[in-house]
Design a protein around this ligand. Structure first.
Ligand code: HEM
Length: 347
């Protein structure tokens, strides 16, 4: 093999040869179109890296059991944290695009119609692989509509296929459901998991201050942890997630806790990006319709991007758990056997 050099290894000829502004084709010299192209390309490269990490996390989570002793959980946590760090950077990149003024953008904006970020298939694959379901989305199926300004038939099929495969969210739910710590065999006949939950609910209700609606909270507690579950999570999954949050200081829960926090961070950074993107477009194009034409404002209704910001959360159920936490000192007793288990790594 001949020696490899920097530009051959990085295929710089192809990467750096892929910026082709369209304004000169219209006889216009729009200086900022280069920044616009480079920014979007950098985004798509980072999206590629996020999908690469997502796929590797999905592969580990799909195993029947996740073995802490081989570092599986450590790898998952590290990669989800990396995904969150990338989104944090993507949020900040908006600063650079905002150095372009609305007038600079107008120089070339109309030449782009009907192309739009809405057609970013990688962005939609990230959402789908993480577990955002069509039913939970703002506007349902609209997010992958075809035709003018929409996604192509091939991209539509690609996104739909990703939705039918296991996602981070469905695999997280299954992992939480099979967690052993709230299973009867570790508990005693006096102190069953069910009794623990009843005692916990009592302590929780007692911890609420007068501004809270106790009755609603009590009903919601039963709905979420006993009857129906919450969002995409079953009651068993929600109970395990709550248990991890409560006993996060024990060795066995440290990585599971970090996993949940990393997912929350990923979700938060994605939402921050959505918000910043929305603010940027407001100052860039005001109330005008986007180049893809999908962001029209309904009468007294949110525009598509405002709706997506509010509805398209990935792991809101985990964030909502904080509603049901109590002070450590008020935690009800759990059997010594379970405490002992929490002290050691398990597989
Ligand atoms: C001048 C800068 C930008 C403006 C004015 C802008 C505007 C818009 C508008 C109006 C939409 C809604 C679709 C439409 O009606 O066209 C949209 C969607 C979108 N844009 Fe941008 N955008 C900008 C930069 C970016 C950048 C740098 C990215 C990075 C990839 C991006 C990614 C997206 C994505 C992923 C969507 C779809 C979001 C979803 O379906 O939830 N945009 N953008």
């Amino acid at each position: 093999m001949p020696d490899i050099d920097y530009s051959t290894y990085l295929r710089l000829h192809e990467v750096l040869g892929a910026q082709h502004p369209v304004s000169p084709l219209h006889g216009v010299e729009a200086h900022d179109e280069m920044l616009f192209i480079v920014t979007h390309q950098v985004y798509e490269l980072w999206f590629k890296q996020i999908i690469y990490e997502l796929d590797s996390v999905l592969e580990v989570l799909q195993r029947d059991s996740i073995d802490d002793n081989t570092g599986d959980m450590g790898i998952i946590v590290q990669r989800v944290n990396r995904m969150a760090a990338i989104w944090r950077l993507l949020g900040r990149q908006i600063d650079i695009l905002e150095t372009m003024s609305p007038l600079d953008f107008l120089e070339f904006r109309n030449f782009l119609m009907p192309a739009s970020g809405f057609q970013s298939v990688q962005f939609k694959l990230i959402e789908a692989k993480a577990g955002l379901r069509v039913a939970s989305r703002y506007g349902g199926e609209y997010y992958k509509h075809m035709g003018h300004g929409g996604v192509s038939e091939t991209d539509h099929a690609h996104i739909t296929a990703a939705e039918t495969r296991p996602t981070i969210k469905t695999l997280l739910r299954a992992w939480l459901e099979r967690m052993p710590y709230l299973m009867k065999k570790l508990w005693t006949s006096d102190l069953t998991p069910r009794r623990f939950l009843t005692a916990y609910r009592r302590a929780y209700l007692a911890s609420l201050n007068n501004l809270e609606d106790r009755e609603t909270r009590r009903d919601e507690f039963s709905r979420i942890f006993v009857r129906d579950g919450h969002g995409d999570f079953t009651p068993a999954a929600m109970r395990s997630a709550l248990f991890i949050m409560l006993y996060r200081d024990y060795p066995v829960f440290q990585l599971p806790y970090q996993f949940l926090v990393a997912l929350l961070e990923f979700d938060e950074q994605l939402s921050i990006w959505r918000y910043r993107h929305l603010m940027m477009l407001s100052r860039m194009i005001g109330l005008r319709v986007g180049t893809g034409g999908v962001n029209r404002e309904g009468k007294n209704k949110d525009s598509y991007l405002e709706g997506a910001l509010k509805s398209n959360r990935l792991f809101a159920e985990l964030a909502d758990l904080s509603t049901y936490l109590i002070e450590r000192r008020m935690l009800p007793q759990i059997p010594v056997g379970v405490l002992r288990e929490l002290g050691f790594a398990h597989s």
